[in-house]
Design a protein around this ligand. Sequence first.
Ligand code: PPS
Length: 295
Amino acid sequence: MEIHKDEDREGEAILSKYYDGIKFPANVPGNVKDHLESVRNLKDMEGDLLLDSFPKSGTHWTFDILYMLQNGKAEYSTGMILALDFEPIEKIDALNSPRILTTHLYPQHIPKFVKDGKCKVIYIYRNPKDTAVSMHSFLRRLNMEVFKNYNGKWENFFELYATQQLHYNTWFEHVQSWLDFKKKNPDLPILMMSYEDMKKDLRSCVQMMAQHIGAKQDPEFLDEVTSKCQFNVMSKAKNSNNEESQISRDGTNPFYRKGDVGDWKNRLTVAQNEMYDAVIKEKMAEIDLEMKYTL
Ligand code: PPS
């Protein structure tokens, strides 16, 4: 499959594999069409959950909350999260139940059994400005073969992010696709939750997730999950996750950085912000979702 390059104005390239109108990160294994076919036909297991998001929206954070709730113990997961997008399907098949099937896929590409209502779904979204800052920093931290040469400057990255499709296309397309999917499938158990609401009141969000997946809701347990999943506590604990740290250039865990709402104010210039606000205004006119950019 051909590798597609999105080059910024100084020639720094973000690599993807283009299939079915979507730019998938270049580390999707092999041929995207074949991989997606195997994802579509994945066999369900008792207790499966599907966790979906646009990249950098709080996937790892939510994974551990769900993991604790699913297991009834406030203990962190260990090792790498095996995402549907990036692992050979045999590895997902080999996971023990209950699984948290983690992905950034669009609804048209998720496993068929999820569409048949056999699995609870959680979709996490985060404002597109903080998502951009997080994505740029993440790409520059990775040492994986297909990303290790990327050193794009913030202003050049943001120009691409704000004006065209990158991995998983635009934030707007992704969020819109999931809103549409939920609307068209009102009987499917889909919980949509924002990163900003999780930051604002994690305890209530943990409780909502517990309710959604049918986990135990004893208040002390939910309190414990909440305190273990606060950014400062969790990021410290996760820094000793060697498997995740191995994919970064400096040996730190690349899935944890600042964990804030509003960090975009430290990166976007006034001009960048004005330009992107105009994009947001136009795109959000069609998207029925209220976004928070600060708390
Ligand atoms: S990925 O690569 O798409 O799976 O990344 P993802 O896990 O979705 O997002 C990474 C960002 O989530 C932040 N994070 C947290 N925020 C708040 N609280 C907790 N506990 C937490 N854990 C991870 C992480 O720091 C990344 O955001 P930024 O803005 O870069 O800090």
